[in-house]
Design a protein around this ligand. Structure first.
Ligand SMILES: NC(=O)c1ccc[n+]([C@@H]2O[C@H](COP(=O)([O-])OP(=O)(O)OC[C@H]3O[C@@H](n4cnc5c(N)ncnc54)[C@H](O)[C@@H]3O)[C@@H](O)[C@H]2O)c1
Length: 346
């Protein structure tokens, strides 16, 4: 089923508001989730909303909370999210990072006691839209064993970096082979198998079964290097912020305790290093150098980070956003319970 993205955003906002979210926060959460659908990252789009509603209902997401700055020292700011919506915390912290960057050339904010903030790219892009290089990362519920282990100790701990400008190079990646929500998405879409290399069973054996993977472990990206990256994210986000680390986190699918995620937002003013025009030219040259490679067998071009999503976004803005049957069922049920009319299918 496919819907115009504006209708989906209004629909999601109505559900959030009727569930007690103040309108400004409901708007932010709705448009950031739909933005992920628009980019083709359905794992971090509206399929998350029913889980957020549950987290709100049990009080893990505090809809009225705003969070506050604990300390500010030069280019460094520490933020307490007070278990507010992760998107609300992320917007505030991204904006603080940009403010500090304008003053100091760099601004870095770390937040503790936040919640799930959706796709990391939304926040690196928010910083990039303000003219800075934007980098963000966060920790997440432990679903990944450290390399050579079989018990979960790390989250899918994503990293994203965005640059100012249109259709820019834009990296947004979990430090596992894929994000957990891609396996949830496979399940909601009725796909019984997932590609090899995505997940392991609870004993640490590789699996391609969607159901086994849901109860098992995610595969760190590139073996021990992914474990190293996941730990780097834990250090920059959680160790530095004084927040929950590793197994101390809850999770978006966990009803037993608050998520307590930590996040990092870094803004860099490229013009403090070289004129912005030159930065843009050098970036274009670098992308050109990467793309000048002859494609390997089975491919007809070389892409760089961001290319697949910009193409999908162009298509979905024009043709609408498809939702999986599972995601649509959960959203329709939530809407029915709240007496919210469903958007018209395109
Ligand atoms: N909030 C959280 O707790 C959390 C946790 C984990 C992941 N996530 C989100 O999950 C989403 C999906 O993450 P993922 O790792 O599964 O993404 P992915 O593997 O689909 O893409 C990762 C990166 O690779 C690039 N890419 C893809 N194909 C390419 C190609 N052929 N050539 C060059 N570059 C290519 C993409 O542009 C992207 O930047 C992200 O938005 C991430 O922020 C969020």
């Amino acid at each position: 089923m496919t819907f115009p993205h504006e209708d989906l955003a209004r629909f999601a906002q109505a559900i959030l508001e009727r569930s007690g979210t103040p309108p400004d926060k409901a708007h932010l959460v709705a448009i950031s989730l739909v933005a992920s659908n628009l980019r083709g990252v359905d794992s971090h789009g509206l399929q998350l909303l029913p889980y957020y509603l549950e987290q709100m209902r049990i009080g893990n997401i505090r809809v009225e909370a705003d969070g506050h700055a604990i300390s500010e020292n030069g280019a460094c700011l520490l933020f307490d999210g007070e278990r507010a919506f992760g998107q609300h915390v992320a917007a505030a912290c991204s904006d603080h990072a940009v403010r500090l960057c304008r003053e100091h050339g760099l601004g870095m904010v770390v937040a503790r006691e936040s919640n799930h903030y959706g796709a990391a790219a939304y926040w690196s892009q928010r910083i990039a839209d303000a003219g800075c290089i934007g980098i963000t990362a966060c920790n997440a519920s432990s679903l990944v064993a450290p390399w050579q282990g079989k018990e979960p100790r790390f989250g899918t701990n994503p990293i994203s970096m965005a640059l100012p400008g249109a259709k820019r190079w834009l990296l947004d990646m979990a430090t596992t082979t894929v994000a957990m929500n891609k396996i949830v998405n496979a399940s909601l879409s009725g796909r019984e198998t997932i590609p090899a290399g995505w997940a392991m069973d609870a004993e640490g054996n590789p699996t391609t079964s969607t159901e086994v993977a849901l109860k098992g472990l995610l595969m760190p990206l590139g073996g021990y290097k992914g474990s190293g990256l996941a730990m780097m994210v834990e250090i920059l986000c959680a160790v530095l912020s004084g927040g929950a680390m590793s197994t101390e986190l809850g999770g978006v699918f966990n009803r037993t305790r608050p998520m307590r995620t930590s996040q990092m937002f870094l803004a860099i003013d490229a013009s403090r290093y070289l004129p912005l025009e030159e930065f843009g030219e050098r970036m274009a040259r670098l992308v050109g150098m990467a793309k000048s490679s002859a494609p390997a067998q089975g491919y007809d071009e070389v892409m760089v980070a961001g290319d697949p999503e910009w193409r999908i976004e162009e298509r979905r803005r024009r043709d609408g956003v498809p939702l999986s049957d599972g995601a649509w069922k959960a959203l329709s049920e939530a809407a029915a319970a709240l007496n919210i009319p469903l958007p018209a299918v395109r």
